[in-house]
Design a protein around this ligand. Structure first.
Ligand SMILES: *Cc1c(COP(=O)(O)O)cnc(C)c1O
Length: 447
């Protein structure tokens, strides 16, 4: 076992951390975790307020998920999905189809959310080329402002967060960029009551102009998490579904972040009765235990890939570990826990508690907005409350608040000046209060 000092040094020197400035990285080394608590190498413990970056669903070391992975280990750890299968992954595919919005009957497994989105993008394009009356000119994509769909080149192409993505522009394909359907910062002259209509009009204009050449529109349903927990107006998702149908454009719902109970229902699409053509799942799929993503689609899309071997209509795309049985065992167990613990039925009380606990923060002169959807919330810090002017991101106001929260035993990772609260769904009412108290302390101490 390396010593504590070695771990700190090796972490700084050899591990290149994601979305982290390594010149100033301060190691935070989690040695173990249990329930919603993380324990670092010094034995200090922290409440995990962001579900280990939005993926842990039922807490850490959940006995049912742990056992399922161990049992799978005793059978087989990996079976390729290239022309082969295994019982655990088959069962998972069937369960996902049963749970997902109607019409989604076929599952393609990959290793991470970015890949899950790329699969949908490629299948959509290939569908238009191979369906009975082909439309090979449909090769474009429509994506929303500030969209985040992952970090591979295809998913970055549909992404729209300039600070993350502009560097790679020479590598990206062109995308038709839609609006950011924000309910906190409305476009000038648009009243809150008309926001949904306004954004849908913009989408419709894009569909009229580009629909005939567009393969798919990709959207994060209800909440654009990486954009800063931007919440769409009610009715927007259903409106987009209706418009994409009318203009014959496939709809890809990227529920990598909002799926698996985050918004209060199993899938965010359920809130507006939306049946997308593709549903991308990741993060919480395995309860946040193992790397796995799934892309679900319809029989109409699937059928376009069927044919004689010589027609070469197969989906020529695959990930070595796609459908890995250990990950599938974790995912099946994650769904078991939803059933056995009635996770979703217990959420309304927790959401109400979070809402109540956050309420006093609204009064703070530097808190511009407190917004919540299910058990997913954000506190947005602003320089000027009346104009809703954000702090410049370089000032790292959110990080300063999170540092204080950590001293209070709560681990949070901000998005610029936006504090993200996305705890495991198993969080207790008392733990919700602790998270909000630590963040509140951070806001009061640093602002
Ligand atoms: C995290 C995320 C992704 C990418 O998933 P990875 O597993 O990190 O590749 C895609 N879409 C959304 C909405 C996400 O939040």
């Amino acid at each position: 076992m390396p010593s504590r000092e070695q771990l700190l040094e090796w972490d700084r020197r050899h591990v290149w951390h994601a979305f982290t400035q390594m010149a100033e990285y301060e190691p935070f080394i989690v040695e173990r975790a249990s329930g919603c608590r993380l324990f670092d190498i010094d034995g200090a413990s922290y409440l995990d307020a962001v579900s280990s970056l939005w993926c842990n669903v039922h807490g850490h070391q959940h006995p049912i998920i742990d056992r399922a992975i161990r049992e799978q280990l005793s059978r087989v750890s990996h079976v390729t999905s290239l022309g082969a299968s295994n019982p655990t992954t088959i069962e998972l595919a069937k369960r996902l189809c049963d749970l997902a919005p109607a019409g989604l009957e076929h599952v393609f497994f990959s290793g991470d959310g970015s890949s899950g989105v790329e699969v949908a993008l490629k299948q959509a394009l290939q569908y238009w080329r191979q369906r009975p009356s082909p439309r090979p000119e449909k090769t474009k994509y429509i994506a929303l402002g500030e969209a985040y769909h992952g970090d591979t080149i295809g998913s970055v192409s549909v992404g729209g967060v300039a600070r993350f993505h502009s560097m790679f522009e020479p590598l990206l394909f062109e995308v038709v960029r839609g609006p950011l359907p924000d309910t906190f910062r409305l476009p000038a002259g648009v009243a809150a009551g008309r926001a949904c209509e306004h954004y849908l009009e913009q989408i419709e204009r894009l569909l009229i102009a580009h629909g005939p050449r567009t393969a798919a529109l990709v959207i994060e349903p209800l909440v654009q998490c990486a954009a800063g927990m931007v919440m769409h107006p009610a009715g927007f998702l259903a409106g987009v579904r209706e418009l994409t149908r009318r203009h014959e454009v496939l709809m890809i719902a990227d529920e990598v972040a909002v799926g698996f109970g985050r918004t209060g229902k199993m899938f965010a699409c359920e809130h507006e009765g939306v049946e997308p053509d593709f549903l991308c799942l990741g993060k919480g799929l395995t309860g946040g235990y193992l790397a796995m993503a799934a892309t679900l689609t319809t029989t109409e899309v699937w059928d376009a890939f069927l044919g004689d071997y010589a027609e070469s209509k197969s989906f020529f795309h695959g990930h070595t570990f796609g459908g890995n049985p250990l990950a599938a065992a974790a995912a099946n167990a994650c769904l078991d826990v939803f059933e056995q613990e009635r996770t979703l039925a217990k959420l309304p009380e927790k959401c109400a508690q979070l809402n109540k606990a956050l309420d006093p923060l609204r009064e703070h002169p530097r808190v511009g907005d407190v917004r919540q959807r299910g058990l997913l919330a954000a506190v947005e810090l602003v320089q000027d409350k009346s104009t809703r002017t954000p702090f410049p991101w370089e000032q790292r106001r959110g990080a300063a608040v999170c540092d204080v929260a950590k001293q209070h035993g709560v681990w949070v990772r901000p998005l610029g000046g936006i504090l993200v609260i996305m705890p495991p769904l198993t969080i207790t009412l008392d733990e919700i209060d602790q998270i909000v108290a630590a963040i509140t302390a951070g806001v009061h101490e640093t602002l």
